[in-house]
Write a new protein. Sequence first.
Length: 164
Amino acid sequence: MGFPKTQLQWKGETYLARLVRLFGACSRVVVVLREAAPVDGAEVVVNPEPERGMLSSLQLGLAGAGGPVIFTPVDFGHIREETVKGLMAAYQGQPVFNPRCDGRRGHPTIISHQTAEGLLAMAPTSNPKDLLRTLPPAWFDCDDPGVLRDVDDPEAYRRVVAEL
């Protein structure tokens, strides 16, 4: 991207600030970053070795979670607020609960405490999908294409801004 994805802008907020605000109804908001930086409204955990993979960051964020957990990579900072609220309101303790748009799984994901424990037990270089895809899926159907669109490079960001 050329700069941290946390600083991408969406509707006057950085992706990071927006996600912290959207998840603010949670009892604890944890942000996993490459290096320490203050984040209003969130506890910051540093992943000194993010090159180990996404699971290593997820495990750091899950440590100490006492109940269901909602999470998303920061490059989904354009998801609609009503999607997050609806997803959280509809969660009923399923092992894995995802928004689904046009028949496709998206982010953010809500997992049960037991699922979080399973992810914490995996080797940090594993792929979290290796566990999540073995569990019975549950869906929150929505019409938010933002749940499907991550932003990996400047062109993808331009497309998201233009299309959403």
